[in-house]
Design a protein around this ligand. Structure first.
Ligand code: HEC
Length: 324
């Protein structure tokens, strides 16, 4: 062994020991702390800095919870890891949010000193399923949450474990779980139904419609360059003779549900590059007619997506609001 190699070996041992002894991975991992690299949730080498160098493509990291939410609201969240080391039930995760704050459950702990980013991790390696909550910021807009998790083999060491990133491909870093914080006076109903690669179209609105101004209905999680139809409906209980919400399973629409009457539509082409990165914005204008105040408006986005179901369409959650 030459000198450089020996030093590199010592350094590696020091990092592993420092981490294992000072904070033991039993009690979680936060980016940039205790010798762990920054950007654990978004880039290589992530957990591979000390565990298997490469992520395991069988690992499935799940994040459940409401995605189109009110400002300042408490959002129940659940993270799971599965798909590898199936005879063990041990695991760990780390997660970061671009805004808002995590509130730990009994099996998690938070960290807010992490360069201003809200972070949360496990407190012991006994679970593969964690529940806690996240408080939405009061400023409306898109929030991105990133996560990495480890389906450990339970030997209490950093070998033989299997880790991966959140997203349809666990070996690709940087796929966010997107949450839209809507403006006040905007309420969301239902969740989008899955399109290509499992991405569920997410509709959000940072401002309520106001007389004499325009507002934007933004849809995220779309196929890049996909064709979307932004729907404005005056009802969420009936579309002509059809009662709403209308499940589309009978038409081959899988779990998709039409929730608003199709009264006005606008085609919006999504931007983006890469699965689920598409964003389609539709700008709607409210005439300067004060008698429109109080009129209820409902929105939903329908997207052409052959990978969604045999109907070839995916649908977002629906938003309801009134003209201000
Ligand atoms: C700085 C090195 C380092 C990094 C980076 C690292 N780990 Fe670890 N991890 C260790 C060491 C050392 C052990 C064994 C000792 C221990 O349990 O603390 C370990 C053990 C674990 C265990 C328990 C394993 C078992 O078989 O019971 C889990 C779970 C875990 N790590 C999760 C993670 C996750 C998730 C990441 C990425 C977000 C990560 N680790 C990144 C060093 C690291």
């Amino acid at each position: 062994m030459n000198a450089t190699c020996a030093i590199a070996g010592l350094l590696l041992a020091a990092i592993a020991l420092g981490h294992g002894s000072a904070l033991g991975h039993g009690s979680g991992i936060i980016s940039g702390k205790n010798g762990d690299p920054r950007n654990l949730t978004t880039a290589y080498p992530s957990c591979g800095n000390c565990h298997n160098s490469f992520p395991n493509f069988n690992v499935v990291v799940g994040i459940d919870g409401a995605t189109s939410v009110a400002p300042g609201s408490a959002v129940a969240m659940r993270v799971t890891v599965d798909g590898a080391n199936l005879t063990s039930t041990r695991g760990g995760f780390t997660m970061e949010a671009s805004a808002g704050a995590f509130v730990a459950g009994t099996t998690t702990r938070t960290d807010t000193t992490n360069a201003g980013r809200a972070a949360i991790t496990h407190v012991n390696s006994l679970q593969r399923d964690w529940t806690f909550s996240w408080t939405a910021p009061t400023t409306p807009g898109l929030v991105q949450i990133f996560a990495t998790a480890n389906a450990a083999n339970g030997d209490g060491r950093n070998s033989g474990d299997a880790w991966g990133w959140f997203g349809p491909m666990s070996n690709v870093p940087g796929t966010p779980h997107r949450i839209f914080v809507n403006g006040p006076q905007v309420t969301s109903t239902g969740e989008g139904c899955a399109g290509t690669d499992g991405f569920r179209p997410l509709l959000g609105m940072a401002n309520a419609p106001t007389v004499g101004t325009s507002y934007v209905a933004q849809t995220h999680n779309l196929p890049a360059n996909g064709v979307s139809v932004s729907i404005l409906g005056l009802s969420n209980t009936a579309f002509g003779t059809l009662p709403l919400p209308l499940p589309l399973q009978g038409l081959g629409g899988g779990s998709c549900v039409l929730r608003v009457s199709i009264d006005l539509t606008q085609v919006a082409i999504a931007s983006g590059a890469g699965s689920g990165t598409g964003v389609a914005n539709a700008t709607w204008a409210i005439p300067a007619v004060t008698s429109l105040r109080g009129l209820a408006l409902h929105h939903q986005t329908m997207t052409v997506d052959a990978g969604a179901n045999s109907l070839g369409l995916s649908f977002s959650n629906a938003l309801s609001t009134t003209v201000q």
